[in-house]
Design a protein around this ligand. Structure first.
Ligand code: NAD
Length: 320
């Protein structure tokens, strides 16, 4: 099997490779060529950790495997980040383990790629202003990918903890774009594309905040109970997601679904837009992509990084 170490991922994985891998696997899911397996997530009763697996099989890319890991809230004492994961790939012809790949940076990159892919297909024409709701670890990755794959001229940002916005402004400066911290009503009125990436459990961006043609990539809600958007905003938008069932159960759309203002027939897999089977934005004023994070995204970027590592002689071969 091949081993690609976490420390080598940054030098190997390019934003373009992550974008292409995620776009391709969303399309494969929509064609029915790739499917995710049921997610396992358990509180293990040790170190307050949440541990689980996300897996799947992409028959078109021949990628089979799982991401194992979770959230260890006390990891600071070990000088480790709290989110820890490893991706395991298997040979779909034989079942032999094919690769073990550090999954921490890959998770950040595939999540950033997902919102950038959604903007490619759903952003209003000529989008120039990016709005960031959130300023944590993942927000920097989302901003970098949005800027790399969009044509933004300036960034406005808001965060429930405003003291965190300074670092986001530094990232915008690195990317060569002006950044302004604003209130949510200004952000919603000025931004053409909004990326929300917080761990909020109550709505932050309200229906009244969002004005004019806008695309929202709602990326923070990946668990039951989390929420970033006003259900009334969801109810008046055209809705897209990575995987419909996951979006309605643990994603942002769980809340509007619980209120019965939307049903599964209102939500379209983004892959259908990528394959040309759905028109996408059409004449909608607001589109929302609910990025819940699926195992196939992890496998897609892991498969891409193993190829890059092998080409560059950075994959280590071990017998098992
Ligand atoms: P982080 O801890 O670095 O940052 C947390 C962010 O949420 C900050 O902006 C913080 O100000 C805000 N926040 C914290 N507590 C809050 C509260 N009670 N109410 C409102 N806002 C609050 O986390 P991160 O790594 O940036 O991740 C942000 C979110 O994205 C998390 O919910 C995480 O689970 C989710 N996530 C989703 C995916 C996906 O595929 N959809 C992937 C990775 C992370």
């Amino acid at each position: 099997m091949w081993v690609v170490a976490e420390k080598d991922i940054a030098g190997l994985m390019t934003p373009e490779a992550a974008f292409d891998a995620v776009e391709a696997v969303f399309a494969a899911m929509a064609r029915g060529d790739a499917w995710n397996f049921p997610v396992v997530r358990e509180a293990i009763g040790h170190e307050d950790a949440l541990y689980g697996f996300k897996g799947g099989f992409d028959a078109s890319g021949l990628t089979l495997g799982l991401k194992a890991g979770g959230y260890w809230p006390n990891n600071q004492k070990h000088e480790l980040i709290n989110h820890q994961s490893t991706v395991f790939l298997f040979d779909p012809d034989t079942g032999r383990v094919a690769a073990a790949v550090g999954g921490n940076l890959l998770t950040a990159l595939r999540t950033a790629a997902a919102s950038a892919v959604s903007s490619k297909y759903l952003a209003p024409k000529g989008a120039k202003v990016l709005g960031m709701v959130g300023a944590g670890h993942q927000a920097h990755f989302q901003m970098r990918a949005a800027v790399r794959f969009g044509n933004f001229e300036r960034i406005v940002g808001w965060n429930p903890h405003p003291e965190m916005l300074g670092r986001l402004a530094d990232t915008a400066a690195e990317l060569g774009l002006p950044f302004e911290a604003v209130e949510l009503d200004r952000l919603g009125a000025e931004a053409d594309v909004i990326v929300s990436i917080t761990s909020s459990f109550s709505p932050l961006l309200m229906d009244g905040h969002v004005k004019g043609p806008t695309h929202i990539a709602a990326m923070g809600t990946d668990t039951k109970g989390k929420q970033e958007l006003d259900p009334a905003l969801v109810a008046r938008a055209r809705l897209f997601t990575d995987e419909v069932a996951q979006s309605l159960s643990i994603g942002e759309f769980q809340h509007a679904a619980a209120q019965k203002t939307i049903s599964d027939s209102d939500v379209t897999a983004l892959g259908r837009v990528i394959t040309g089977d759905h028109e996408g934005r059409g004449d909608a004023e607001i589109t929302i992509f609910d990025g819940t994070g699926v195992g196939l995204q992890d496998l897609a970027v892991a498969g891409a990084v193993v190829e890059l590592a092998r080409q560059q002689g950075k994959a280590v071969r071990v017998e098992i």
